[in-house]
Design a binder for this molecule. Structure first.
Ligand code: KG4
Ligand code: ZN
Length: 350
């Protein structure tokens, strides 16, 4: 892109209040001018999960702090904005309304463009924000709420090959982590404990391994981990570490097994192997990244893994996705209302 386009991204769909400034016209290494994230995780920790009402109030308090901070760090004024992009779904409705209303107000006051943006599209297009990965590519999207294999064909074109039929993989990490009395966020804590454990100690199932198709299931694996723990009378730290390692190995194997099937399917359908990308909070997991790297190498394609600071929820990905989706448009759709449920497959029909 040659014409300069400065985007303010806003994100408040779950428990992160975030604002970022992205320069769409800059090369990948200097595109993100600021990326401010306020995590509420400690506030929700004692409840064992995100409390929607508390999250919404907290977003309201923080949105007006993260926005000026993002502008300041980027050295951009309100008058320097070309577009405001806010997450408008999927997520907790009380939170979605905050970024959406704030973004609309700023765009109206500044006279710049406004784009409602899908949170999953933010994760899905991160590989383009960081690496200019050309369409189409195969994406493994793994977060606390989603586990999907998707062919990304354009900013609003997504072919969903498979999804979880029960728990998302991040949710399973969080629940097993909770069983092991680890602190929130569960995924990183479980990964840390697994480092001192034996992944072969417990024989846990790889869900849907022998079933055709690209769907995932993690609920049975989580239950098997719980049963294995219940069978030990007084679990030692080593028992817990072994269980964490065994669970992580089974979850990683399940993801790489289905991704391998999807790679094969794409190679046949597109007449060439598609590049592989991984995004979402769980993409921070080292073992999962390593398995996917080996898979990509076996197909002789690159793996684009989101950098650690862009795996979890952030507003830079929202600014970028909104920027890509705004391009070519000339009128703003003010009629869109935030949606708690907004699957990527619906984007191409809008
Ligand atoms: O994308 P994200 O920040 O929020 C959602 O949109 O869900 O993902 C959060 C999820 C949580 O379930 C968290 O435990 C998991 O990502 N997670 C991890 C790791 N880091 C975060 N899971 C496994 N290993 C990690 N290193
Ligand atoms: Zn997310």
């Amino acid at each position: 892109m040659t014409q300069k386009m400065i985007v303010l991204g806003l994100e408040s769909s779950c428990d992160e209040t975030a604002a970022a400034i992205v320069d769409m016209s800059a090369p990948p290494s200097s595109r993100i001018l600021s990326n401010v994230v306020h995590s509420q995780i400690e506030l929700h920790a004692s409840f064992g999960g995100v409390v929607p009402e508390i999250a919404a109030r907290e977003h309201l308090s923080w949105i007006n702090l993260v926005i000026p901070e993002a502008l300041k760090q980027a050295e951009v004024g309100f008058d320097g904005l070309d577009l405001v992009a806010s997450t408008a779904g999927p997520g907790l409705i009380g939170g979605l309304i905050i970024a959406s209303v704030a973004g609309r107000a700023i765009a109206q006051a500044c006279g710049c463009a406004y784009q409602d943006t899908n949170h999953l599209a933010g994760h899905a297009l991160t590989a383009r924000l960081t690496d200019d990965l050309p369409f189409p590519y195969l994406l493994l999207l793994v977060s606390g709420g989603h586990s999907q294999l998707i062919v990304v064909e354009g900013p609003t074109q997504y072919k969903i090959l498979g999804s979880t039929i029960d728990d998302a993989v991040g949710e399973a990490f969080d629940k097993v982590s909770n069983l092991l009395n680890l602190p929130l966020p569960g995924g990183p804590a479980l990964e840390k404990l697994a480092k001192s454990g034996d992944p072969h100690r417990f024989d846990l199932p790889i869900p849907l391994k022998n079933k055709p198709g690209f769907d995932f299931s993690f609920s049975g694996l989580k239950t098997a981990a719980r049963r294995a723990l219940e069978l030990i009378e007084e679990p030692t730290e080593q028992d817990k570490a072994d269980l964490a390692a065994s669970f992580q190995a089974a979850a990683a194997q399940s993801l790489s097994h289905k991704t391998k099937g999807a790679m094969k399917f794409c190679t046949e359908s597109y007449g060439r192997s598609l590049p592989l990308a991984v995004a979402g909070g769980v993409a921070a997991n080292e073992l999962i990244r390593k398995d996917l790297q080996a898979l990509a190498e076996s197909y002789d394609v690159p793996l684009t893994a989101a950098p650690l600071d862009l795996c979890g929820d952030n507003a830079a990905m929202i600014a970028w996705a909104g920027g890509e989706q705004w391009q070519g448009k000339s009128s703003i759709d003010w009629s869109f209302a935030p949606k708690p449920r907004w699957p990527l497959s619906e984007l191409s029909q809008e």
